[in-house]
Design a protein around this ligand. Structure first.
Ligand code: MLT
Length: 410
């Protein structure tokens, strides 16, 4: 009989969002008339920008004609997309990234898990707490941790709490680490990293031979011109950072699926012999072996996100969700709730009222308000006592959600 990967058995319950889905479905089964508003998972609700739809239509038509038909594309992505990414996301911000350092993929969630393929088993990993659960669970799956303790923290991780007490600014690890996950604008807290803070991390990584895995999936929500959008805006980051970017939360591709990972040729890892080796060639090898590229019409759609019309339409979409975030933040604050985030990010992070646990508050909101959010403790032990609301929904639902929230917490 085949042996299983027993590290999977160390994982806590279900993955957070399916677990929420399960609880919500059970509630709906027993309350079939309830009109439930979901501000849980950060899934976009508004249609794709017209410039993107148009580009996809044209590309689909090309596939209907022998002369313009395309089969397998380059695994790393078509040049038209990689070049548009470099010009708009990097060169325009004064950052030196080459098109062949961009790897187009079907998602940042996948990439942030898959990247572990190129790292050895003995690396020590640091994560913020609370944290996007994928970083933790994928390391557990590959066996880099021991079992979880009673508050859900796995042996072997270095957890860096981010709470109101430290103004959501993680301290540098006090013990040696090799891989550091940073996500800014932050999921789940909606807070941002200043240039000064990212510089501190880049210096740390350079001085300690660590690699930063920087998730910038929410960079389009940055409204403050002083806040960096990419870790590569920090001098020296090209030697120590891999960056994950996504079209999900800006262009609305959560269902369409396109993202990219940046692996500069200057980021190195070491062999057991002590010799150093660029990670770029390893990731390229992994990508070409396990992935056949994003489909042509979808890459054309992603490239249209960088056209003048695409940029304008995406700006409107983001402003729409940011206005939802503002309404949520101010609505909650007016009822005495302590709220963080939601200014440069589509997530509002709040303290549960009356000292309720995160899951108790989840149940209360669902039962009494027919409103779904995400319990902070689902993102880690330091998220206990906090709760996340996503700004991804229609204006009507966000306004109704605020009223329900106020009613339940009055
Ligand atoms: C979230 O709600 O945290 C995100 O939607 C998860 C994701 O992007 O995978």
């Amino acid at each position: 009989m085949a042996q299983i990967n027993e590290h999977y058995l160390k994982l806590q319950a279900g993955y957070l969002f399916p677990e929420i889905g399960r609880r919500v479905n059970a509630f709906i089964d027993s309350h079939p008339d309830a009109d439930v508003i979901k501000l849980g998972i950060g899934d976009v609700t508004e249609p794709l920008p017209p410039a993107i739809i148009e580009a996809m239509h044209v590309a689909v038509d090309e596939l209907a004609v022998r002369e313009t038909f395309r089969g397998y594309g380059p695994e790393q992505g078509y040049d038209f997309l990689r070049e548009a990414i470099v010009a708009n996301d990097y060169v325009a911000r004064g950052v030196d990234i080459a098109a062949d350092e961009i790897f187009v993929s079907d998602g940042s969630k996948c990439d942030s898990g898959n990247i572990l393929d190129i790292f050895g088993p003995d690396n020590r990993v640091a994560v913020l707490d609370p944290v996007y659960p994928v970083y933790v669970d994928t390391n557990v799956m590959v066996g880099r941790t021991g079992v979880a303790d009673e508050i859900g923290r796995y042996q072997g991780f270095v957890y860096l709490p981010v709470t109101e007490e430290n103004q959501f600014r993680p301290s540098l690890p006090s013990e040696p680490v090799d891989l550091i996950y940073l996500c800014y604008p932050n999921n789940p807290t909606g807070t941002v990293a200043t240039m000064d803070m990212l510089s501190e991390w880049v210096d740390y990584a350079r001085n300690n031979d660590a690699i930063i895995l920087f998730d910038a999936a929410y960079e389009a929500y940055i409204t403050d011109p002083q806040i960096p959008h990419s870790i590569y805006e920090v001098d020296g980051a090209r030697e120590v950072a891999i960056e994950f970017r996504s079209f999900s939360k800006n262009a609305g591709f959560t269902g369409v699926r396109t993202a990219f990972t940046v692996v500069p040729k200057t980021v190195m890892g070491k062999l057991s012999s002590g010799e150093v080796q660029p990670l770029h060639s390893l990731w390229n090898r992994r990508h070409c072996t396990k992935f056949n590229g994003v489909s042509y019409p979808i890459q054309r759609g992603a490239a249209a996100a960088y056209s003048d019309a695409g940029k304008q339409q995406i700006r409107e979409l983001i402003d729409f969700y940011l206005e939802n975030a503002r309404l949520l933040r101010e609505g909650l604050e007016s009822s005495g709730i302590t709220v963080f985030g939601g200014v440069n990010a589509p997530y509002v992070w709040l303290k549960t009222p009356g000292g309720l646990s995160s899951w108790d508050f989840f149940d209360l909101l669902l039962d009494r308000g027919h409103l779904v959010g995400t319990p902070g403790s689902g993102f880690g032990a330091s998220g206990e006592g906090y709760f996340r609301l996503s700004a991804f929904n229609s204006r009507e639902n966000v306004e109704a959600a605020i009223e329900r929230f106020k009613r339940v917490t009055a």
